[in-house]
Write a protein that binds this ligand. Structure first.
Ligand code: DGT
Ligand code: CA
Ligand code: CA
Ligand code: ZN
Length: 581
């Protein structure tokens, strides 16, 4: 059972308790446990086996018992009882933004409404006005909320927040009076999914900036406005929280509103233990009120005896204790990457000629790229047969004599067939400099089948990188049923790199798996899978995932130059051949 399942169960309990009108503290305990689970990199099942569940802050004896019951039996008696007391379908209604559990219950009691469709119908025909306390305005808001919900189901993936931030920050930075504008919240931490975009501005007149922000053309609707905070909704449905502060508090506010909440709680605890310092969004203060830090984040962390902590690590998983011992090891950055190991040209399904990709890579500061056009099984029409591979090799050789281009390594993206074999003959594979392998077909294979399939491919001397390991496409399909732990172990054993695919449609491996891979000693590759030049720029997402995984540059294959990559591939092949004998 995955942690997300346990978290969903606890959330459901909290929601039902809320509808019942239960004690606030009781509800909050469940929400807090959910937050902790969200940030966990270990499987709950493992923690239970080792009897370490209670070591998680916020999980006490009672909560532990419930989690163990749920994980071992697949259900929770307490939840079953709650569901018999409160119609769980009511939860459906509370998903409407602005419709709280009490009102949902009132609507149900008066009209027996349990579904979104029925709610919408009742609002359109003004039957909701029959419910105590509901006025025309409330009805209108509920209709708007339903429309909203339809457009913005759940959380979004973090690249959407980054793209929106690009545009809003440019606008903010051009506004008179704005001294500085930055991203905060989960978007800055590059958490896999985000609920909203938090932005922070430094200005001498913060209120004025907030008022102007609400008037921007990008703003679809002002959700809340007051003093130094403005919440708006943009056309895509995403909510943006803007806070503005004076420059002398910028660092403290940036630290505070970046979170995570767990990180902040721990940092506050530490500051209290350290001579009763008080830390908030305005600064760090002594007991007598003297301010000792606030302008920069570095200053804030230094005031509590810590080195600065990269935002991607601020999840309350022990990073504060580490930073108290000295500077943290530098995480991989985009500038560390020397090349891209996974790209496509118009020899397969890419849009451009090899030369165009090579020039674009050079312009982005890369010294090489691996051209990994697809092999024939995937793209019968455009895919490369051994013969066409030879023709393409000639084009690569000619590009490599031209100026202003990144060096092109002769590679391929081979398909891992359902039985684990590769769709290109060994002779052809042996002629390639770098091979990435991926699963594109028969994605619904059972767990042991698909796992064996991938393990077999990893053992091939020709396979250098396992591309997009879980095969997920965020816009259309979930992960395969792969046993990723087993894949990570085999990747370490065989010296095969695991790819962090930077494409905003894939983001695969995600940060938790990438961290596991790091902990196990695997080598990773941060690639874009670019099919045209602009896609090279997605590499920032892959880097963010790598940073959340705690990767230092030495753990990322493409921080090395082309010769280092080739040496790595030769070593892997030699090892595979030796193991085979
Ligand atoms: P999200 O929006 O769910 O993806 O996650 P965050 O971390 O961006 O959460 P958000 O937008 O509610 O708040 C931004 C940061 O503000 C959060 O990481 C920590 C900080 N913060 C400080 N005090 C509080 C508080 O009382 N409640 C919440 N929710 N956040 C707080
Ligand atoms: Ca947020
Ligand atoms: Ca927020
Ligand atoms: Zn590809």
């Amino acid at each position: 059972m995955r942690n997300a399942d346990v978290a969903a169960m606890l959330n459901r309990v909290a929601d039902l308790l809320e509808i019942k009108g239960e004690n606030f503290f009781k509800i909050r305990a469940y929400r807090e446990a959910v937050r902790q689970l969200d940030n966990l990199t270990t499987e709950v099942e493992e923690l239970i086996k080792e009897g370490r569940l209670k070591e998680i802050p916020g999980i006490g004896e009672a909560m532990e018992k419930k989690i163990v019951e749920f994980v071992t039996s697949g259900q929770l008696e307490f939840l079953t009882r709650l569901e018999s007391e409160v119609p769980p379908a009511l939860l459906e209604l509370t998903r409407v933004p602005g419709l709280g559990p009490r009102t949902a219950k009132d609507i149900y009691d008066a009209l027996g409404i349990l579904s979104l469709d029925a709610l919408e119908e009742a609002a359109q025909t003004h039957r909701l006005l029959l419910v105590r306390g509901i006025k025309a305005r409330t009805e209108e808001n509920i209709l708007k909320g339903i429309a909203m919900l339809k457009r913005t189901e759940g959380r979004r993936f973090f690249p959407e927040g980054w793209i929106l931030a690009d545009s809003l920050l440019t606008t903010l930075r051009s506004m008179p009076g704005v001294l500085r504008a930055e991203i905060a919240g989960s978007v800055r931490r590059a958490r896999e999914t985000i609920s909203d975009l938090d932005l922070l501005v430094a200005a001498n007149d913060p209120d004025a900036i907030c008022r102007e922000f609400a008037l921007l053309p990008q703003v679809d609707e002002v959700v809340a406005q007051g003093g130094t905070k403005t919440s708006v909704r943009v056309r895509s449905g995403m909510e943006v929280d803007l806070r503005a502060v004076k420059p002398e508090s910028f660092g403290a506010a940036w630290q505070y509103f970046t979170g995570s909440q767990a990180h902040n709680v721990q940092l506050r605890g530490r500051s209290e233990r350290m001579g009763k310092l008080k830390i908030n969004e305005y600064g760090v203060f002594r007991e007598d009120g003297t301010k000792i830090a606030g302008e920069t984040e570095e200053e804030v962390y230094a005031a509590v005896g810590c080195a600065w902590i990269a935002p991607e690590l601020r999840e309350g998983r022990g990073e504060i204790e580490l930073a108290a011992q000295g500077p943290l090891p530098p995480l991989v950055q985009q500038e560390d990457l020397r090349g891209d190991l996974h790209t496509h040209s118009n020899w397969s399904d890419g849009r451009n000629e090899i030369a165009v990709m090579a020039r674009a890579a050079r312009e982005r500061g890369y010294s090489y790229l691996v051209m990994t056009d697809h092999t024939q099984s995937l793209l019968i029409a455009q895919g490369l047969t051994p013969q066409r591979f030879l023709e393409r090799a000639a084009e690569i050789a000619s590009v490599n004599t031209a100026h202003g281009m990144a060096r092109v390594l002769n590679g391929a993206e081979v398909d891992i067939l359902p039985d684990g074999s590769l769709d290109l003959p060994d002779e052809s594979l042996a002629g390639l400099e770098v091979v990435v392998a991926s699963v594109h077909t028969a994605l619904d294979q059972q767990r042991d089948l698909i796992t064996q399939r991938v393990l077999t491919a990893l053992r091939s001397p020709h396979v250098d990188v396992l591309a997009h390991p879980t095969s997920r496409r965020l816009d259309r399909r979930g992960e395969t049923n792969l046993d990723i732990d087993a894949v990570i172990a085999e990747a370490v054993k065989t010296g095969t790199a695991l790819e962090i695919n930077s494409s905003p449609w894939r983001l695969d491996l995600n940060d938790s798996w990438a961290r596991k891979a790091r902990d196990a000693g695997a080598i990773l590759a941060i690639d874009t899978d670019a099919h045209y030049p602009a896609e090279f720029d997605s590499v920032r997402y892959g880097c963010a995932i790598g940073r959340r995984a705690g990767l230092t540059p030495d753990r990322v294959l493409n921080t090395g130059d082309a010769d280092a990559v080739l040496a790595h591939c030769r070593a892997k092949a030699a090892r595979a051949v030796a193991n085979f004998r």
